[in-house]
Design a protein around this ligand. Structure first.
Ligand code: DX5
Ligand code: ZN
Length: 215
């Protein structure tokens, strides 16, 4: 895997031309495709469900990084994995039995991730670090693309990186929200390897340049 993994968030792509958008970001150097699933309950927005993930899987050649911003994710885990999610990330705040939910993802054969909202302390996920392949730090309040990066979130990264280091497991740290050519520097300094970026890439005139500027 490359040192820095750039994952364009399809939320900011042109949904009417999603196959073309996927091809364009893949040719421009995207490493993963980030898919934001919202249910209008856990977050105040509704986006896409398993049938659309299946459709994306048919045209994508890069791994699908599916970010579930939904209440009661257990209900939908099998469907998103059958639809083609390679990484499947749930929110700590949405899971009453997080260990059970992550076990469920592992049993179904996807790479499990856990995400934290900006106001949720990192300490809450330390007990499940042994289970996850990815920790996703939300650097905006989830629900919409195009919001401003919240720098205080970076204070939560050290403890996770240090604890992950002790476990001797290769856990990817990821950040999502307000990432551009400036904020990515702060993030990379914290040892975060996966950069999710929506509006910065899709609103640029040149996807390749935008992706390169994040590396
Ligand atoms: C926010 C989503 C993000 C969002 C990022 O709820 O999880 O993936 O699309 O968008 P930008 O990069 O525009 O902040
Ligand atoms: Zn996301």
């Amino acid at each position: 895997m490359p040192e820095i993994i750039v994952a364009p968030s399809l939320l900011s792509s042109d949904f009417a031309r999603i196959a073309d958008e996927i091809q364009a970001v893949e040719e421009a150097g995207a490493d993963w495709l980030h898919i934001d699933v919202m249910d209008g309950h856990y977050v105040p927005n509704i986006t896409i469900g398993p049938p659309v993930v299946s459709a994306i899987k048919k045209v994508a050649s890069k791994p699908l990084d599916v970010h579930l911003m939904i209440s009661d994710p257990d209900k939908f885990i099998p469907r998103f994995i059958d639809a083609g999610a390679d990484y499947l990330t749930v929110h700590h705040e949405a899971c009453i039995h997080l260990h059970r939910t992550l076990s469920h993802i592992i049993e179904k054969g996807a790479e499990p991730g856990v995400s934290l909202n900006p106001s949720t302390p990192s300490e809450l996920i330390l007990p499940v670090l042994n289970q996850v392949s990815l920790v996703l730090f939300m650097s905006v309040n989830p629900g919409f693309g195009g919001q401003k990066f919240i720098p205080e979130v970076m204070d939560k990264v050290d403890i996770v990186r240090e604890e992950a280091g002790k476990l001797n497991r290769d856990i990817l740290l990821s950040v999502d929200g307000g990432i551009d050519s400036k904020t990515c520097k702060i993030v990379k300094d914290k040892g975060i390897r996966v950069l999710v970026a929506g509006s910065y890439i899709f609103r640029s005139q040149n996807y390749k340049k935008a992706i390169q500027s994040l590396r």
